[in-house]
Design a protein around this ligand. Sequence first.
Ligand code: GDP
Length: 512
Amino acid sequence: LPYYTLGDHEADDFTLGGLLSEESDRTQCYSRGLIHRLRVASPHVPSPYLVKALRDYEALHQRCGPGTEAFNKSALDLELALTGQGKQEIDGDCRYIVWTANSGLGNRIISIAASFVYALLTRRVLVLDGSSDMSQLLCEPFPGEISWILSPDFPPLSTLLLNQCSPHRFGLHLQQGTILSSRRDPPEIDQKTLFPSTLTSQPSSIFSYVYLLHDYDFFDKLFFCDEEQSSLQAIPWIILSTNMYFVPNLYLYLPQFREELNRLFPESDTIFHHISRYLFFPTNAVWSWMMRHYDAYLRKSSRILGVQIRSFEYPPVMHPELTDQILRCALENHLLPRISKVEGREHLSTGNSTAVLVTSLLPDYSEQIKEFYAEHSTETGEAVSVHQPSHEVHQNTKAHGHNVKAWGEMCLLSFSDNLVTSPMSTFGYVAQGLAGIRPWILVAQSSDTDSHFFQASSSESASPACSQVLSMDPCFHAPPYYNCAESRGDDTSTVLPCVRHCEDVSWGLKVF
Ligand code: GDP
């Protein structure tokens, strides 16, 4: 089948083994019916338990989502509670988690996925803050008429302070003892991050504001402990600020969640893979941008190597040594053909070709790789083409055109047969999850291994250039180091065999 026409063909399963509902819309969202044809087929089959949970969720969303009677009533209760006019009683059986937009697009996507996993575990309805441009980037994920996006002026959100100073912060209530918790004394290491408790407010029974951004404090982190988590259970509205993939900590000290996660995802490192392929489809505008690049530069190649190089520095700095490291990584691991030591062997051409798809804020890396293959022939005669769709230089998450490119590139990278990525980048995590492959991550060659910034290799002999990760799930960059069972600070990477430190971020946690 041509990849660009919709069709119903037994061997052309857009539902991905039942992950997507047969009723999912493919006419308003072209990518949903087509994108699977361009990706390497996933060897990971969703569990029947996950498939059932997704169908149940979809029914719940249709019953409780934005615009339904249940929603309108509950939203009014929330608004009244926020303005201090409401009764503090709960009625209705629809409960919500409201995701609010923070940080770059990769952070947004992994944190929506984590919020959706939390929604599945707690039988809540996930809705997204409508003030960002996510609705122009992502198709509606659920079949039916009910959106997952809140209207941009959803009154309760426009009146709320969504930061650490919020008097409604769950962590603040725990700290002040207005929500029951036996834990009052943070371990010394967390003292410095505590936010001053100058504000006072009584917790509402209608909503709670949960703050899980990377700079959250000891009390915010108690969200991941069983006793404190259970105090959120009956609250209809959780308003969430997060930019992280917090799934690993849903396993550790929340036994009910752990059991359910094991049922949903018997192959534990496929959580983001399945959830991202279920939730995230580019809108027609993004799809059309992607297809122009795909048709012109990628379609005819026999294989695609995706290379994602994140430059964190501001102003951006090009590391000339990094191109050598990328090439060394790709050549040592047979991701790119070796160059010939003898000139003029083009007649050996196999007809095969590799397209290198480079994504980076800077143009230099792709130009240097292109030059390398332009100047040398390959041992097999295999052709290597190099393409970089954009080079935006600076991150600019507020500009929609910029986000179209960023999201389009993550999706194009997901067509790769192999990926080489840079450490600590959620941009790369999204690509690897959608692709369903374990990337080769460039090894940071810095003397300061805890540096937040990726440092290029400074010496040719440094080794290895990269290593392939064992799990394709994203890394949780700022997990709590707290043993909820024993109320003390601890290395939480040793609690369960399936939750360990990340390969690329030594202090992070990841599901294996
Ligand atoms: P992270 O900071 O690497 O974890 O990834 P995020 O996606 O959260 O934030 C980085 C943002 O910078 C992206 O969303 C883009 O806006 C921009 N950006 C970084 N690298 C690239 C790139 O290779 N291509 C494009 N188009 N944008 C990028």
